[in-house]
Structure formats: C-alpha cells, structure tokens
Design a protein around this ligand. Sequence first.
Ligand code: 9D3
Length: 225
Amino acid sequence: MKFHLLTIFPAFFDGPFQHGVVARGAQFGSLELKVHDLRKYTHDLHRTVDDRPFGGGEGMLLKPEPLFDAVEDIWPERTPQRRVILLSASGRKFTQQVARELLQYEELLFICGRYEGVDERVAEHLADEELSIGDYVLSGGELAAAVIVDSVARLLPGVVGNADSTVNESFEDGLLDCPQWTRPAEFRGWKVPEVLLGGNHAEIKKWRKQAAREKTARFRPDLLA
Ligand code: 9D3
C-alpha cells in the first residue's frame, strides 16, 4: 500500500515513520510512504498557503488552489483504488473498523490541515472523505495522519511479524485486552494470579475472558452496551 501525506510541515513525519512497524514495512516493501510539501504547489513569492475567512472570524484557512494543484499533480488520474482523506476535527470518527476499511485501497492520500481549517471546497470537491481521530482539539492534521498510517500499516500483510497477531485484537471482539503479567511472579509483594502460573490452559482461557469482561465493564462500559 502506498501512503501520501500532503503537509506544510514535511519534516514532521521524519520521527514517527523512522521507527517501528511503519519503518519496517517500508524497508521490506509492504508499504511506501511519500511526504509532499504543500508549499511546492504555491506560485507566489511568499509561497502563501493560507488566507482569511470570508465573512470574518478568527485565524486563517488553507487556500484551495495549492491543495487542488498538489493532489492533481500527485494523482493525475483518480481511480477507485485511490482515496483522498482530509484530516479534520469535524470528520467521521476513525476507529479500528475504519482502519480495516482503508485496507481495500491501493493508495491513500492524506491532506493535513493547519491553522483554523481548510476551505470547504476541499472537503466537498477534492477529498473523498473527512476523518477525525477523536473528540479533542489538535493543532493540525499531521499527528492524526501519523496515527492513521500507523494503525493501517500494521494490518498490512508482512508488516507485523506474526501473520495472525492482528486477527484477535482489542476492539475487534468488543472487549479490552485481558490484563497480563511477566516475571517475577511476585514483585514488591504484588502477586501474579495463581491460575496463570499453572499449566491448565482451559482454566487460563476462561479466567482471561472473565478478566477482559471485568476490565471492559470498569473502563469502557460503552463497549459492552
Ligand atoms: C474547535 C475549534 N476550531 C478551531 C478554532 C476548529 C478546529 C480547527 C482546526 C479544531 C482543530 C483544528 C486542527 N485539527 C485538525 O486539523 C484535526 C483533528 C483534531 O483537532 N482532532 C481530532 N482529529 C483531527 S484530524 C485533524
């Protein structure tokens, strides 16, 4: 899968994509990453990407022309295998289910907003959809894009070491992960549950399911409802 990121801060992605599953996926050819500098698609001396909102109001908006020019240069043809996603605080909420949905595309292009927003014509006529990563205010779309790339990348075949390690994850069976422990069996007086130290795998399986239910009821009752 190929991921394009369109941003006014291309260096932002140096960190997140040089580590972990995304870096490994790129190294082994399961995914490709291309970061595009929006300012490259400006035509004025000051490389202007933003302007004031019509009707007044706080702050600045990303102008439509550089965004349309960039997307049309990156993809001269739009096909059903290509999806343009505008990261926006008012988009549809990104979830694990949406991550799975995005796997169907060959290429994704993320438009990272900055300032107070983006000219609405970008949402209406350039992007295929708007996604938000949650109900909190970020200062731009870059972090959100990195979150989405990470979660989609680790679902690609060959990216996470074990081919089966993503089939039964938290959220997908509607429960949080069960609590887990490693050695030592007693640390500062806190003991690991006895059942996990024995080898009764049927008992362990039952115990884990119950522990996952209790943890979900306590921290995420919305997942059970
Ligand atoms: C809520 C107040 N507004 C700002 C005065 C709207 C607003 C504009 C731009 C709020 C956030 C942003 C920048 N955020 C994003 O571009 C963004 C985002 C987010 O803030 N939260 C969750 N997901 C995302 S995806 C992109």
